[in-house]
Ligand binder design. Structure first.
Ligand SMILES: [Zn+2]
Length: 61
């Protein structure tokens, strides 16, 4: 069988194995997915926000 594909996380740029069990793909984690969503929702996104947990209550569309 071929090796599992490796993709680059759009948020942190980290390469990770494309895991069909990873419901956050193409992101490497839920955290990166939330960060990306926040980035598009808030154009004032800053790199340092990567180090912060995004509160669930921050989803006000
Ligand atoms: Zn990531």
């Amino acid at each position: 069988m071929s090796k599992p594909p490796v993709v680059t996380c759009p948020t942190c740029g980290k390469e990770h194995v494309w895991d069909t069990n990873n419901r956050f793909r193409p992101f490497c984690s839920e955290r990166c997915k939330l960060i990306d969503l926040g980035k598009w929702a808030n154009e004032e996104y800053r790199v340092e926000q990567r180090e912060q947990e995004l509160p669930d209550s921050d989803h006000q569309a």
